[in-house]
Design a protein around this ligand. Structure first.
Ligand SMILES: NC(=O)c1ccc[n+]([C@@H]2O[C@H](COP(=O)([O-])OP(=O)(O)OC[C@H]3O[C@@H](n4cnc5c(N)ncnc54)[C@H](O)[C@@H]3O)[C@@H](O)[C@H]2O)c1
Length: 250
């Protein structure tokens, strides 16, 4: 790989991380900034995004990534980007019969439409540069289904299918697109699920992994950093489980 950056380095690369203010996104921001990337953190929570940006030498944008018009405006102002991490997401804690059309719209908007919006806004510059890394954070819930997370799982399944299609359409531009499917990761999202569902939920989640434990946000960030690196140039259209073996089936 002549001319490529050293293993895992992202020096000079410009990265956009949605939902980067906390949890998995924040670990990705820290990892990418530490590897030399210039990172823009796009998050609804502008205060937390700004605090993290100041800490790691990144930039922050207050943004609802499910709003395609707002995404386009921020990308036009802060871009172009070499790396796009579609990480923002919201989960669901209700059986399908207890959900409303409003719940479906919000879950699909934040978990799937945001991925479409950010990808469409980022792609033209990547195509022009003939280089790009798109990393979509899906979930093992997409591959296994989820009791109490039906619409979330459907949206995350859409992310996997979309990733494969984007990989097919953009290989000729030197752009790769991959997904990461986390299992249960210790973040505010998971803490909220445990607060709602109790210890039983926590035990069920860790019990579903082969390794019998929660994952850490840094373990997802390490996979994202590898997929963003020059060394991952021959990997595209894949979904990588970072889930303690949860995704391999029974
Ligand atoms: N934590 C887990 O166990 C787990 C497991 C599988 C998949 N995931 C996925 O990983 C990703 C990150 O999850 P997390 O656990 O770090 O979540 P989190 O709730 O801890 O953090 C999510 C971040 O996204 C931001 N965000 C939410 N909606 C947004 C929007 N519309 N626009 C911009 N920012 C928005 C939030 O403000 C927050 O900073 C999500 O896509 C989630 O579905 C998480």
């Amino acid at each position: 790989m002549a001319g490529s950056l050293p293993f895992g380095r992202l020096d000079g690369r410009r990265a956009f991380v949605s939902g980067g203010a906390r949890g998995i996104g924040a670990a990705i921001v820290r990892s990418f900034a530490g590897a030399g990337a210039r990172v823009v953190i796009a998050d609804l929570d502008i205060a937390a995004a700004t605090a993290l940006a100041d800490e790691v030498g990144a930039a922050a944008a207050g943004l609802d990534v499910s709003d395609a018009v707002a995404v386009r405006a921020v990308m036009a102002q802060d871009g172009p980007f070499d790396i796009l991490v579609n990480n923002a997401g919201v989960d669901q804690h209700a059986f399908f019969t207890d959900t409303t059309a409003g719940d479906w719209a919000r879950l699909i908007a934040v978990n799937l439409t945001s991925v479409l919006a950010c990808t469409q806004a980022a792609l033209p510059a990547m195509q022009k540069a003939r280089f790009g890394r798109i990393i979509n954070i899906t979930s093992e819930a997409a591959r296994l289904g989820s009791k109490g997370g039906s619409v979330y799982s459907a949206a995350k399944g859409g992310v996997i299918a979309f990733t494969k299609s984007i990989a097919r359409e953009n290989a000729r531009y030197g752009i790769t697109a991959n997904a990461i499917a986390p299992g249960p990761i210790r973040t505010p999202m998971l803490e909220q699920a445990v607060a709602k569902g109790g210890e039983k939920i926590l035990q069920a989640m860790t019990g579903a992994t082969l390794l019998g434990r929660l994952g850490e946000p840094e373990e997802v960030a390490a996979a994202a950093r590898f997929l963003a690196s020059d060394q991952a140039a021959y990997i595209t259209g894949e979904t990588l489980g970072v889930s303690g073996g949860m995704g391999i089936g029974g």
